[in-house]
Design a binder for this molecule. Sequence first.
Ligand code: ATP
Ligand code: MG
Length: 417
Amino acid sequence: MRQSQLFTKTRKEAPSDEVSKNAQLLIRGGYIYKVMAGVYVYTPLGLRVLENIKRIVREEMNAIGGQELIMTALQKKSTWEVTGRWDDSAVDIWFKTALKDGTEVGLGWSHEEAIIEMLKTYLVSYKELPINVYQFQTKLRNELRAKSGIMRGREFVMKDMYSCSLDQAQHEAFYESTIGAYKKIYGRIGIGADTYVTFASGGAFTKFSHEFQTVCEAGEDFIYLHREKKIAINEEVLTDETLKDLGVDRNELERVATAEVGNIFNFGTQKSEDTDFAFTNELGEKQYVHLGSYGVGITRVMGVVVEKFSDDKGIVWPREVAPFAVHLLVLGEEVRQDADMVYEQLTSRGVEVLYDDRAGVMAGEKFADADLLGMPLRVVISKRSLEHGGAEVKGRTEVEGRIIAINELVDYVQKDY
Ligand code: ATP
Ligand code: MG
């Protein structure tokens, strides 16, 4: 993509009311546009990052048999009355509104009840199980605090998956495969080494649920971590009983600030009993579905990545989520044709390139923008680089670049980055 055609622009200062680092850098780079606290537009650059994260999540969800769909933002009151969760005293983050005829509707903050209501109309026999469905959905939540930039939105993108299983054994097998899939997801995104499967409060059916917590200063949670044993416990379930269950001692644990990037729940048959979600088993008897729910905070993950991978100059995108692999800079009109040719070469071979082809912009400004925007690789075409035998190539965190011959550039870029 040619940067001269991008409608967004970088800016030197973040808005003074924006306190979080992720939003400051993303706004300065033109990745997001702030509408109000907790509500952000994802511009063409930001959308590319989101789509990369979604692609990774989608691939791993499909790999464990997930079927993708999209539920609705508008929710019926009756759907949520079944479980008592329409009531504002039970769920305090509802946005509610009404149709012209006065019928109350809510804006989806979750889709558990809605998905069950829909699946109920299809599921008949045990032969159809297991069923796993997922979506990427914009959730609307009237959050009290929204000070963490895109890490806590009032409007944010979540991947939510729901599993319907025959029995406990089938459920557990799927639950385990989801833990595996989540580990792959966070690994591919670049935060795997710092993300811990964490014991958290469970609900009616199980003692614990599991959260995926990423070590992050800007996170809102605290976990207690045993690094060697890789055991992590959320503050909310840190009791003597939990410690005994998990075979760890309180003074072996380290308190670390984290962000919850995903979570998984076993509902057992509790929720399906509440909603009368059942099927006919082999003996012709009615049996309740075992339910699980599995979230990933897509936009929160993007914020966490920025919090963790940035320096005083800007963002440092990990390879797999970077909006472009290469930021190509042309310095000087006399080499524009050469740079255009490199752009054609790279893009025709499938390399994603942001091309800073802006005329009349000083070299220093282009360099500063490249650092702020944070593509993994910067490729500069200038009179000097050509005199030295090609393009100057530099990794985002490297101090010195190196000259690569133009005809070797595509191979170089594809091999090393
Ligand atoms: P939290 O404890 O952070 O409020 P939650 O327990 O309410 O999250 P769920 O409703 O289960 O979370 O949502 C699944 C995932 O969606 C979370 O693990 C988190 O990554 C993400 N998420 C939840 N709330 C927000 C929000 N307001 N903005 C951005 N992401 C969110
Ligand atoms: Mg939580």
